[in-house]
Design a protein around this ligand. Structure first.
Ligand SMILES: [Mn+2]
Length: 331
């Protein structure tokens, strides 16, 4: 499978779309090499086909496959950030984790162990889900590698509820568990894009108590992207940052294929612009979750999610490139 020409010292890039049509060949993320096809990796896109933690519509277990398929059309140069992310770092597709669909605890352990292994090997993970339950083990692994992390959480919902039907580990509870477990830097936690009805006003009080600040979806519209980005950057500073993106942060017009849609969300343009505004922060890991293709139409949601994933990969690759330049001896 002819790949984009790189010299032997450079990262192995995606399959060359001028020689092999985009619609042919293996459907890895952005047509990148699999992890086992290259000697080392800096950034890995990892699928977690898990949806046993959902409270409403199931189906996010098919999210990774849909996002990969939509990502065939991604191209290797990112004009807004003037970067070729697949040249500045070795980006790979790490495949899917074999998570147990019948045992949530076992599934979370599998995710934690695998991501911890990646961090230990110096690989920055971008997780594609899967439901939002998997953010908890992803944060456990990020904490193990980097200590308490700042979190930027894009979502229609708070996801800091306590339990559902008495269950602690669900897609509506990962950030409460993460806060309770001491995984988070309590001075640098933000939800972005929340909206819609809650159970009670106490949901917000509880959320504040756990350490979160909120930029609602309506505020993004009123204040504009630049002002929101400036406020978020100020709050995050130089802390290690984990970004978690529930695709339902987008309006159902931009992402109908998801489990718990809410009207009044961000546009995909707003979300992508905010992400580009995070360039230069110490991003250590990220996820894009809750894509449920059975409710999608014409791949609207999968296309949005693969572009969001591309921007996150670009941020991770640029951070890795800067780090390795810093690490180089000056002689
Ligand atoms: Mn969520």
């Amino acid at each position: 499978m002819p790949r984009v020409q790189h010299t032997p010292d450079e990262p192995v890039g995606p399959v060359d779309s001028s020689r092999v049509p985009r619609f042919a060949g293996w459907g890895t993320f952005a047509r990148l090499p699999r992890m086992d096809e290259v000697p080392t990796a800096d950034v890995a896109v990892l699928g977690i086909p898990f949806d046993s933690g959902v409270s409403y519509r199931p189906g996010a277990r098919f999210g990774p496959a849909a996002i990969r398929e939509a990502s065939r059309l991604l191209r290797p140069y990112h004009p807004a950030l003037d970067t070729s992310p697949f040249r500045v770092a070795q980006v790979v597709d790490g495949g899917d984790l074999p998570v147990n669909p019948f045992d949530i605890g076992a599934a979370l352990d599998t995710v934690d162990e695998h991501l911890s292994g990646l961090y230990a090997a110096g690989v920055s993970p971008l997780v594609i889900g899967g439901d939002h339950t998997i953010a908890l083990p992803a944060l456990r692994a990020a904490h193990r590698a980097h200590g308490p992390v700042a979190v930027l959480h894009f979502d229609a919902h708070l996801d800091t509820w306590d339990t559902y039907f008495g269950a602690d580990y669900t897609h509506g509870t990962p950030f409460r568990r993460a806060s309770e477990e001491g995984l988070l830097d309590l001075d640098a936690l933000s939800h972005v894009g929340t909206r819609g009805p809650l159970y009670a006003a106490e949901d917000l009080t509880e959320d504040r108590r756990l350490g979160f600040g909120i930029v609602t979806s309506a505020e993004v519209g009123r204040r504009g992207v630049d002002e929101v980005v400036a406020a978020l950057r100020e709050r995050i500073g130089d802390r290690p940052l984990y970004v978690s993106i529930d695709i339902d942060v987008l309006d159902p017009a931009h992402a109908p294929g998801t489990g718990t849609p809410e009207a009044g969300g961000l546009t995909s343009r707003e979300l992508l612009e905010i992400l580009r505004g995070l360039d230069g922060l110490d991003l250590v890991g990220a996820d894009v979750v809750e894509v449920a293709p059975a409710y999608d139409h014409a791949d609207i949601t999968a296309v949005a999610a693969c572009h969001v994933a591309y921007d996150l990969v670009t941020l991770l690759a640029r951070r890795r490139a800067v780090r390795s330049r810093v690490a180089e001896p000056s002689a």
